[in-house]
Design a protein around this ligand. Structure first.
Ligand SMILES: Nc1ncnc2c1ncn2[C@@H]1O[C@H](COP(=O)(O)OP(=O)(O)OP(=O)(O)O)[C@@H](O)[C@H]1O
Length: 828
């Protein structure tokens, strides 16, 4: 433009400017019309080609949609339900039979187009064969522009007559707008004819009112429109897509009067139903509606027609009928299969009188000396887990093994371990200090001692093969000297102490270079967060070429994943429990009890007394949540003259060993313990396990319970929870745990207990109080209300007879974040 202006006003510069222009255009002669260079020309034609292609596609799409609708109509018109007198067909019925797609499109457009909008239709669209225009009651609908405002005003007619209000219009197509029902019905019909139609129709409508919504009913519904004169017509939706709502504030589109119609603004429908397909609505369409540029179809509206909706079998489902029947068959099969598995498990559980299999130790490939030791110890037949694992473990495969508590896992891993040492020793290499061929890791010192003792039993006749333990609580130097003076090929250790030795270069790292087998007992616990870092460091120091065996009674999915850290990819996974079967023994009865936590001591006392009176040879383990609570409970029951012992991590190793040995050998004894006794410990003939408070997780519950009912014997377990701990029951809901029958607490016991409490050392109570707060804080971490916690803390301190707030309380409360909720004054 600028150049041509210069040209006009200053002809003398014509040539000069032209040259500039030509240079700016990239040079060369102007060979294409309109002053276009070859690139512009090319681009223009490419654009035209694209537009043409798009147009053809649109046409094809519309024709296809129309054809689908025609076909559906043709199919379903004949299968209409019987019609009433008022609905009897016209003697000169309009042609409702199948139309060609073009006829169908034309008829729809003719129905809804207002005068003046003919330019939206051209001959290509075909003849109009839609509703006969001379039908009474339809003239307004067909010939005139539809005034939606008027339509809305007529809603009372709709309501009053045989109409929408009475129709069973589905909720899913009802807009959330105020009184939207009627408009949505109208718009549903609109939508029923497809978006393209609606667009075209909209130009012809006087959209002065507010339209609430439109929706493709699609898939599940067909709409019947019935006029007041009794004409009835079914309008079927295709298996379509969109469900849209028209924003009433944006629908003041006006047409006619020479004014350019504003286009209704469409947004995603809010029908609130699963049938709503609004999610498929295309944002591009929205833009087109807004701009009003795209005019490619026609639409439909209700006029004075009543509507009725019939729920039909979804068309898609009809098509997929075969698929559906196959699916039903598959589900039925699965249900039957599951039932069978459950029944099998039940039978297995009931039949599980013994944990023993029919296979004997002398039938497998273990050294005769070991078999001899086994026989002398009374082990002739294998247990199930031993039979299941021995072959693959002896073959040198890595294995991940799950078997219920007390079923003989220790021997299952000790046998291949001993065989490995026997083989390695027979190679004849002479070492001043023999390498450690087998490393067995476990979480507690008691368990390490137990495994080591069991190994010694099996090694009774194997001269020259030694077992050592390496656990915390002993002097580092003493350990070091012992390891050097009494060489061993099998080392049983707890991770922390072993790592101490590795990091302090006690010479153990060098000996571990000859390692042939790594065994993790209670593998899930060792691979859990508490031990993970230590485990990783230890494993880094071990030779990669080794066999690894992982054993536990519980193997959660995440542990199975983490186990890849230590196991070879091609390891064997052996689960003797079985998928869908119980992780606990069927012979162990499980109960739970929910009671206020300040009554817990009293309830435990009651349970113990009751059990003691029923079981002559009783042997009870009571698990507490923290070490200090263990100590408090022990002191209280000791004061109350019960035959109790205590074990927890704050006790000296010597004391722990003494109590461990005593409880193992004795009967008529109660062991109050923390979780140090939860796993692996084989106290024979435990008759009752009481768990006070929630265990750290489901696995821990199973392991604690596993201290009773070992070797297929009977047992009983009781879980005592406060109301705020009740949520834990969800984690064990798949286990056969029942509510404990009602309890009648003896008021005299309460008095006795209070007196005993008074006699106890205040420091024990204060320590218990603090550890209790810590425990409850950990529960608080999973969303418990701190206000409640403070109140509970007050109750608890009162129940243990604390007269003054503990000195450390302020610090603890601040640490726990209690400050600012109640000040920090729990007890004044
Ligand atoms: N083949 C066997 N025949 C008879 N008794 C056996 C046999 N194998 C193991 N036992 C005994 O079964 C009891 C439980 O064994 P063990 O401690 O190895 O169980 P576990 O499965 O490791 O239990 P946990 O899961 O609690 O660690 C022990 O008293 C053990 O002596």
């Amino acid at each position: 433009m600028r150049f041509s202006a210069i040209f006009l006003h200053n002809p003398s510069k014509n040539l000069h400017n032209r040259l500039i222009f030509l240079r700016r255009m990239g040079g060369g002669a102007r060979t294409f019309p309109g002053g276009l260079n070859k690139w512009q020309w090319k681009r223009m034609h490419e654009k035209k080609a694209r537009e043409k292609e798009k147009y053809l596609l649109d046409q094809e799409k519309q024709i296809y949609q129309a054809r689908v609708r025609s076909d559906i109509r043709a199919k379903l018109v004949s299968s209409e339900s019987p019609i009433s007198e008022s609905e009897k067909p016209d003697p000169n019925p309009p042609n409702y039979g199948p139309l060609t797609p073009q006829q169908h499109i034309k008829s729809l457009a003719d129905r809804f187009m207002k005068a003046g909008a003919e330019d939206l239709w051209n001959e290509r669209d075909g003849p109009s064969l839609g509703f006969p225009e001379n039908k009474p009651g339809r003239s307004q609908f067909i010939g005139e522009p539809v005034d939606l405002q008027k339509l809305i005003a007529e809603k009372s007619n709709f309501n009053g007559g045989n109409n929408i209000e009475n129709s069973q219009f589905p909720r899913n197509v009802i807009s959330s707008a105020a009184k939207p029902r009627h408009f949505s019905t109208c718009s549903n019909l609109m939508g029923d004819f497809g978006n393209g139609y609606l667009r075209r129709m909209s130009t012809g409508f006087n959209l002065a009112g507010s339209v609430s919504s439109m929706s493709n009913l699609n898939r599940y519904y067909s709409v019947e429109a019935t006029s007041k004169t009794g004409d009835k017509r079914s309008i079927f939706s295709r298996n379509g897509r969109n469900s849209m709502a028209v924003n009433s504030s944006d629908t003041k589109a006006k047409s006619g009067g020479g004014k350019k119609a504003e286009w209704p603004r469409f947004r995603r429908g809010n029908m609130g139903s699963s049938d709503d397909d609004s999610d498929d609505y295309d944002d591009d369409d929205e833009e087109e509606f807004e701009s009003g540029k795209k005019i490619t179809g026609s639409s439909a509206a209700l006029g004075k027609y009543d509507t009725k909706i019939k729920k039909r079998v979804p068309l898609k489902f009809l098509e997929d009928e075969e698929d559906l029947s196959q699916q039903v068959e598959a589900i039925r099969k699965e249900v039957i299969q599951r039932k069978t598995v459950q029944e099998d498990c039940k039978v297995k559980d009931e039949e599980e009188e013994s944990i023993l299999s029919t296979k004997r130790f002398d039938e497998v490939d273990v050294s005769p000396l070991t078999v001899r030791a086994l026989t002398e110890a009374g082990y002739v037949q294998m247990t199930m887990v031993q039979e299941a694992t021995l072959t693959s473990c002896l073959e040198g495969k890595d294995a991940l093994v799950k078997a219920r508590a007390g079923t003989g896992k220790s021997i299952a891993f000790l046998l291949p371990a001993i065989e490995t040492v026997v083989k390695a020793s027979s190679l004849g290499k002479v070492h001043r200090v023999p390498p450690i061929y087998i490393l067995i890791l476990c979480p507690t010192r008691e368990l390490a001692s137990q495994i080591s003792a069991e190994a010694n039993v099996l090694l009774k006749h194997h001269d020259g093969i030694g077992v050592q333990t390496l656990t915390g609580g002993t002097r580092f130097k003493v350990d070091q000297r012992r390891l050097e003076s009494e060489p061993c090929q099998i080392l049983v250790a707890t991770p922390g102490r072993l790592l101490d030795h590795i990091e302090n270069k006690s010479g153990i790292s060098a000996r571990l270079m000859g390692l042939q087998m790594l065994i993790l007992d209670e593998a899930d616990h060792l691979l859990d967060l508490g031990f993970r870092k230590d485990m990783e460091k230890i494993v880094d120091c071990l030779p990669r070429k080794r066999q690894t065996l992982l054993f536990s009674a519980t193997l959660p999915k995440e542990v199975r994943r983490i186990s890849q850290l230590v196991l070879k990819r091609e390891h064997a996974y052996i689960d003797t429990v079985g998928l869908g079967c119980l992780d606990t023994h069927a012979k162990v009865k499980q109960f739970y009890l929910i009671a206020p936590h300040d009554q817990h001591f009293q309830i435990v006392y009651h349970l113990l007394k009751r059990h003691l009176s029923e079981e002559l040879e009783y042997k009870v383990i009571v698990f507490c949540a923290t070490t200090m609570m263990t100590s408090l409970m022990y002191s209280l029951f000791h004061e109350m003259k019960l035959n109790v012992r205590e074990i927890h991590s704050k006790k000296s190793p010597l004391y722990r060993t003494k109590i461990y040995e005593e409880f193992k050998e004795s009967k008529r004894l109660i062991l109050i313990t923390s979780d140090v006794s939860a796993r692996g410990l084989n106290y024979p003939d435990v008759t009752l396990v009481i768990q006070v408070g929630i265990p750290s997780d489901r696995g821990q519950y199973i392991h604690r319970l596993g201290r009773t009912g070992r070797q297929g014997k009977e047992g009983e377990g009781c879980l005592l929870l406060a109301q705020f701990e009740e949520y834990f029951l969800d984690e064990i809901k798949d286990l056969p745990i029942e509510k404990f029958p009602s309890l009648n607490l003896d008021p005299d016991v309460k008095v006795k207990m209070e007196k005993s409490m008074e006699k106890m050392d205040t420091s024990v109570k204060e320590a218990a109080y603090h550890s209790w707060l810590g425990y409850y804080n950990s529960i608080n971490a999973i969303g418990r209300d701190k206000t409640t916690l403070v109140e509970l803390a007050n109750q608890f301190s009162a129940s243990i007879g604390l007269q003054k707030p503990p000195a450390l309380f302020r610090k603890t409360a601040i640490k726990m974040g209690l400050k600012g909720i109640h000040g920090i004054s729990i007890r004044k």
